[in-house]
Ligand binder design. Structure first.
Ligand code: AMP
Ligand code: GLY
Length: 423
């Protein structure tokens, strides 16, 4: 089979490595991929949002199956475009990807169908938003409606901060059109859990839970990033919580999307907060999370391609989705200064052991040399029988990835370890 994967980060590298385990796979094209993915796939310089070119490439190269991984091509209708050319795809159509593409849509969906989430108000008028903030409970959370490169959420600890965020979004257009509509919502507390799930629009099969580490600095300090590391499973996601999530969140969400005529097929990501009142949805993503995928897929024991195709064909109920009971930890190695400003173009070296455990996110090939080209450069994952050992091994192996100005958090997994000891 000839496969195509749209995207070019660590998540896509993890997906490609996992797909390659199926012996029926002859070739995988990555559009655009990156310098590190080139070791596992044929990288083609077509951008992930260049939808017409992606569809034309798929036809010309007689692609049997395509996986669209990032949010923006999904929201822009990449799956619709490929399907129109007769190419079967993993991923939601645009009318379902809106569950991530519009926070106003997803909040209204949850309210309409009684899915637990933070209380909220929607505004498209700045003055109305500002006067609401005169009496809103503080802290409060301001969210731009549309995609904003993961930066469209501001947690305001004072009224002034909240008003500044509203002005920045609605008047300063710091997130472009994404800020024309905003959501102002209740600040929730509790541990966060990421649950990625497979769905064919009929049944939902959750993957092993995970914990992201979004802040740049140790002890969860510093700016929000795309994620500095992950562990799986997440100790806060007990069997009891999992059962509650299935009944109150996962199945109702699939049913709600069907009732709206927006059947969701693909990977639906539930960003959850385990609040004192039970699990609530913080956000939906219409795709695999990154770096969650880099810690979840190494624990998958069933065949990824078979599962993905069953999501497309509507046969997920009859398809095995089995995860190992072991533990995994992924440590991101980033460019010093990420997420603000950082230098690029440093040569990367990896030991053989590191290369085998490392997914590449931000690197390009130049004259046969691998050079840093992004903020998050690599993700190194280890799987072990205990969480302690997975963390120790991920760190040990990650030191085999070297480049100038490399930066890692030193405490990935520490919170998960502490949570387990609390119990
Ligand atoms: P997002 O960009 O949607 O992933 O949100 C970024 C982060 O903001 C989340 O991972 C949470 O830590 C935090 N967050 C979002 N919504 C809320 C909320 N209602 N209450 C508390 N924290 C929130
Ligand atoms: N790690 C969070 C995300 O992929 O959005």
């Amino acid at each position: 089979m000839k496969l195509l994967v749209v995207g070019g980060g660590g998540r896509e590298h993890a997906i490609i490595r996992c797909l390659k385990k199926n012996p029926a796979v002859e070739v995988i094209y990555a559009l655009p991929g990156n310098g590190g993915i080139a070791a596992d796939a044929v990288c083609v310089p077509i951008g992930a949002t260049d939808i017409d070119k992606i569809a034309a490439f798929a036809v010309e190269n007689k692609i049997d199956y395509a996986v669209v991984a990032p949010d923006d091509p999904l929201v822009l209708g990449c799956v619709d475009a490929l399907e129109a050319k007769g190419i079967p795809c993993f991923g939601p159509r645009a009318n379902a990807a809106i569950i991530e593409g519009s926070k106003v849509f997803s909040k209204n969906l949850m309210k309409k169908y009684g899915i637990p989430t933070a209380r909220y108000e929607v505004f498209d008028d700045m003055d109305a938003a500002l006067s609401y903030l005169d009496t809103a409970p503080i802290p409060t959370v301001i969210k731009a409606d549309g995609l904003a490169l993961g930066k469209g959420v501001i947690i305001a600890n004072t009224r002034e901060e909240a008003k500044t965020a509203v002005r920045d979004m609605m008047q300063g257009h710091i997130f472009g059109k994404s800020g024309d509509h905003i959501v102002i919502e209740e600040f929730l507390t509790g541990p966060e859990v990421s649950v990625l799930s497979f769905t064919d629009g009929k049944v939902v099969k959750p993957m092993v839970s995970s914990m992201d580490h979004k802040r740049a600095g140790d002890g969860d300090t510093g700016l929000n990033t795309g994620g500095m590391g992950t562990v799986a499973p997440n100790p806060y996601y007990t069997q009891e919580v999992a059962k509650q999530c299935m009944e109150e969140i996962f199945l109702p969400t699939i049913a709600a999307m069907n009732a709206e005529g927006r059947t969701f097929k693909g990977c639906l990501y539930f960003g959850l907060m385990i609040t004192p009142d039970g699990p609530k949805v913080i956000e939906y993503n219409c795709r695999f999370g990154d770096p969650e995928t880099q810690v979840v897929l190494p624990l998958l024991e069933s065949d990824l391609l078979t599962i993905m195709r069953s999501c497309t064909n509507g046969t997920l109920a009859d398809t095995e989705v089995k995860f190992s009971h072991r533990h995994a930890c992924c440590v991101i190695t980033a460019s010093q200064g990420y997420p603000v400003s950082y230098k690029k173009g440093f040569p990367i070296t990896m030991t053989e052991e590191a290369a085998a455990h490392t997914y590449v996110a931000g690197a390009k090939l130049e004259d046969g040399r691998l050079l840093t080209s992004g903020g998050r450069v690599t993700g190194t994952t280890a799987v072990a029988d205990s969480l302690e050992e997975a963390i120790r091994e991920a760190y040990r192996i990650s030191h085999g990835v070297q480049f100038e100005n490399a930066y890692r958090r030193s405490d990935i997994g520490a919170r998960a370890l502490a949570a387990r000891k609390d119990k």
